[in-house]
Design a protein around this ligand. Structure first.
Ligand code: ASP
Ligand code: MG
Length: 471
């Protein structure tokens, strides 16, 4: 068995859907897959806009957007399904879903209030649409396929907008509903991202939650692999838009992947892969546009890792732009206790996440997302001492399990960056990352210098691959 998850861009157009189906069919020669889909790209964002519009009584706008969602999926169907009987049948299903979306808009408009609960209802439509179309196309092509409403399987708590599954109930549901179908050779197509409470209220797992759905379902199925199909060639040594020589990484450990995700690389969210980590199921990150490229395997399996031992230090370089440094200087800090507690209490009160920290006895520097804080927060900080801000900065982090045991890394990093103005430095507590902050204008120079320092010489190690698109 294999869980194959396709992201929004991998099912965003008729062509992408055809391509995704051909990947599923190819897999079917080896095993019976469980296919987990996102909404078509852009649809969840549109549903969020519809929800917001309905919530503030912009009825016309909400209804117009819902009309776009309806016609988008009908057009997909039109392009993909040939048989007129099947087309009619599926069109009715799409219309019924779109009608329910409109009813929901009107309901929220009448009540005049958008709750988290109804927001989840809105957001759930995208995956219901995409899976309906996908399963129908597979069926028309003669494949043995079942469409499952994942809300009968993925039973969650009632934390709407960020629901978490009730493991034992879900595991039982998987073995009762999904496993028998797979065992009899039926491909199962179902929704990522959504679930339901025990009493049948629709929930979502949080934005981008489809990867999490796939990892959970894979873990409950005791699967031997989870495939995440996206539109990039796996995890890269650096963002290829910044570093043209960036390559895709063949294999990385779960901790490296988690660290990278926290540090701003567009990898899987660390919580996403946790269920797979617990069961030691490898996660493959693959590109549906280049299905023959090897992609990245994320695993802790020593056997898989040993075939690909890597003598280099750094595995990847992550960049997070749009950051701001806040410096707080105060003589009151000197020799006092409880100061940090009070200082960070302010960030907690405003719900602002602090990313990187560096301190001395009389000053604290930290980074936050540029859009995450307000003037009020700064004002409150000023009660501690002098506060200043440095805008338009970016954090850069070099990550690799091998950093843990190596001498001389800092020397190499800083000599590669000798022409760059470093605004802040922080050695990650995890020991597998070193981070620093530079002005945004210097990001390209900084990451290209680092990439040259740490990756030239590893071209032919089998651990990295030139992205398929640039071959
Ligand atoms: N469609 C949902 C979103 O856009 C879930 C996902 O794609 O993972 O957030
Ligand atoms: Mg997505």
């Amino acid at each position: 068995m294999a869980v194959m998850k396709f992201g929004g861009t991998s099912v965003g157009t008729a062509r992408a859907i055809q391509q995704a189906i051909s990947i599923v069919v190819r897999e079917q020669e080896k095993t019976v897959p469980l296919v987990v889909l996102s909404a078509c790209s852009g649809i969840t964002n549109k549903l969020v806009r519809i929800a917001d519009a309905a919530g503030c009584s912009h009825l016309d706008e909400a209804v117009a957007l819902a009309g776009e969602v309806r016609s988008f999926h009908l057009a997909l169907l039109d392009e993909l399904i040939k048989s007129s009987a099947l087309k009619k049948d599926i069109a009715l299903k799409i219309e019924a879903l779109a009608d329910r979306l409109e009813m929901l808009i009107k309901g929220v408009d009448i009540v005049g209030e958008l709750t988290e609960r109804s927001r989840d209802m809105f957001c759930s439509f995208g995956e219901l649409f995409s899976t309906t179309v996908f399963a129908a196309v597979m069926k028309e092509q003669g494949h043995n396929v079942a469409w499952i409403d994942v809300r009968t399987v993925m039973i969650t708590d009632d934390n709407f907008g960020f629901a978490r599954p009730i493991n034992d109930v879900c595991e039982e549901n998987v073995s009762r509903i999904i496993s028998p179908l797979l065992q009899q050779g039926t491909v199962v197509v179902t929704q990522g991202y959504i679930g339901a409470t025990k009493d049948g209220r629709t929930t979502t797992l949080g934005r981008g939650g489809s990867d999490f759905s796939a990892a959970l379902l894979g873990a409950w199925l005791n699967d031997n692999a989870i495939q995440i199909w996206t539109d990039v060639d796996g995890v890269m040594t650096c963002d290829p838009r910044l570093v043209p020589e960036a390559r895709s990484i063949r294999v990385m450990t779960f901790s490296e992947a988690a660290e990278l995700a926290y540090l701003g690389a567009k990898v899987l969210h660390p919580d996403t892969i946790a269920p797979a980590v617990l069961k030691n199921i490898p996660v493959y990150v693959l590109n549906s546009l280049h299905p023959d490229a090897k992609g990245t395997i994320i695993t802790n399996d020593p056997e898989r890792l040993s075939g690909m031992s890597y003598g280099g230090l750094v595995k990847s370089i992550a960049v997070k732009k749009g950051q701001c440094i806040i410096n707080v200087r105060s003589n009151r800090m000197f020799g006092r206790h409880g100061f940090m507690n009070e200082l960070f209490g302010i960030f907690a009160r405003y719900g602002v996440s602090v990313e990187m920290i560096s301190t001395s006895e009389v000053s604290v520097s930290l980074t936050v997302d540029e859009t995450s804080f307000s003037d009020e927060l700064i004002h409150d900080l000023e009660s501690f001492g002098e506060v200043d801000r440095e805008h338009n900065v970016a954090t850069i982090s070099v990550v690799g399990d091998n950093l843990r045991m190596s001498r001389g890394v800092a020397g190499r990093i800083f000599s590669a960056l000798k022409d760059v103005n470093l605004r802040m430095i922080s050695q990650g507590a995890s020991e597998i990352n070193v981070g620093f902050v530079v002005e945004e204008a210097e990001v390209v120079t900084a990451v290209n210098n680092l990439h040259r320092e740490f990756f030239s010489g590893w071209q032919n190690e089998g651990i990295f691959e030139t992205p398929a698109g640039s071959r």
